[in-house]
Design a protein around this ligand. Sequence first.
Ligand SMILES: [Fe+2]
Length: 237
Amino acid sequence: MNSYIDCHSHILYGIDDGAKTIDASIKIIKNMINLGFKSIVLTPHYRGNYLTNNKEKKLRLFNLNEELKNQNIDIKLYLANEVKITSNILDLIKEDEISLLGNYLFLELPFDTKIYNLDKIIYELQSNNINIILVHPERYSYFKKEDFEKLIASDVLFQVNYESIIGKYGLDSKNKVKYLYKNNMVSFVASDVHSSSTIMFSKFDIIKKKIIKLVGEETFNDITYNNINKIISELKK
Ligand SMILES: [Fe+2]
C-alpha cells in the first residue's frame, strides 16, 4: 500500500465546520490511516466565524495527541491553518492568531468573487519570506487558465482536493482540476476532509486511478507524499 501525507484537513475538533468532538477527530483519523496516511497537517479555517487563536488550537492538538496515545493510534499531526484572504495576514501571524507550516501559508480565496488586490497581497507575503500554497484553485468559479498561469509564474503552489476529480464540487471544478493535473500545475493533493463520511473514504481507489492516469505514478507520489514531506522534514531540523 502507498503511503500518503495529507496537508489540508478539518480534523482538529471544535474549531470550524469540521470535527465537532475529539471522538469525531479520532474517527476521521482512523479512516485516513486505513487509506495509508502516515501524517496529517491540520488546517482549521481561519475566517468569518472561525477565529480560534494558536493557543487554543495547540491545546486541542495536545488533547487530541493524548487521546491518540491512549488508544495506541499511530499518526503524526502538524498544525497549520486554512486562512481566508485578508489584507492583514502579516498582523495575524505576529499576533499568534494563525499557524503556518514552517514558512508555508495555506491561503483560501472566495469561491465566487474575484479579489482585485490578490497580486499585491501575494507580493507582500512573499516579500516577507512566506511561501503561498493556494488551496483548491479548481474550486474558484471565476478562475480562468490565465489566472492559473499567472499564479504559477508568481511561485504560488497549488493544492487540489482528492475529491475534485470525481466531481464532488461540480463539473467546472472537475474540468479545472484535470487541466491542472495535465499541465503539471499541482504540487499537492489533499483531503480537505470535514467528516468521517466524506466520499473520499469509499472512493479512494477510483480517485487514485484517475489521478495516476493523468499524471503518472511518479508525479502521483510527489503530489501525495514527497512534496509535502520535504516541507515537513525541514521543520524537524
Ligand atoms: Fe478546507
